[in-house]
Design a protein around this ligand. Structure first.
Ligand code: PNS
Length: 171
């Protein structure tokens, strides 16, 4: 329990982060212009089968954001609203890519705000990251393409090694 007060300018940035990309990093940095602290929260997305475990994803995000004390990285096995309630946080940050994300994000916001008094702040994704997704990164890596323009440089090797392990398991 972190015991943040309602006035604290703290936001949760929830997602699968499987793995974290430069698009996510951009959203975190822009959110830090509005909020004093951003909690990057790795959650379970019922609709996706992740490549990285929750712990691996937390470790990668910590490595990609190390040195910035305004960024907290955690995982949670449950509803986003339950994490928000337990920690007394009312702000959620999300990135929104052109058109494709809108319906899904709108639905998530409506459901979350029905369950708890929460505000979602959307950052429109930068032009250069508009096409980018973790799924695309995994697909490119799986087929041996260059993912270095899409993931933080200090986790590139970790992502490639995990993908190699996965390929050995399935091939
Ligand atoms: O990066 P993603 O996969 O688009 O993030 C979706 C995520 C993980 C934020 C969403 O699936 C989520 O909040 N999962 C936790 C469970 C939950 O609260 N579900 C209800 C939201 S409608």
């Amino acid at each position: 329990m972190k015991d943040f007060s309602y006035q604290d300018r703290i936001a949760v940035y929830p997602g699968s982060f499987d793995p974290i990309t430069l698009g996510h990093i951009d959203i975190i940095n822009r959110a830090l212009k509005l909020f004093d602290k951003v909690i990057v929260l790795v959650l379970f997305n019922y609709r996706k089968k992740p490549l990285f475990s929750l712990d691996e994803r937390v470790r990668l995000i910590k490595k990609a954001t190390e040195g910035n004390e305004k960024i907290i990285v955690e995982s949670f096995k449950g509803l986003l609203v339950d994490y928000l309630k337990q920690n007394n946080i009312r702000f959620v940050v999300k990135g929104m890519r052109a058109i494709s994300d809108f319906e899904y994000e709108f639905q998530q916001h409506l459901v979350n705000s029905k369950l708890f008094d929460v505000e979602t702040v959307f950052f429109m994704t930068k032009f250069e990251y508009n096409f980018l997704s973790s799924s695309l990164v995994k697909e490119i890596a799986y087929f041996g393409g260059d993912i270095s323009p899409f993931v933080p440089s200090n986790i590139l090797q970790d992502v490639l090694e995990r993908m190699d392990k996965f390929k050995m398991e399935v091939d």
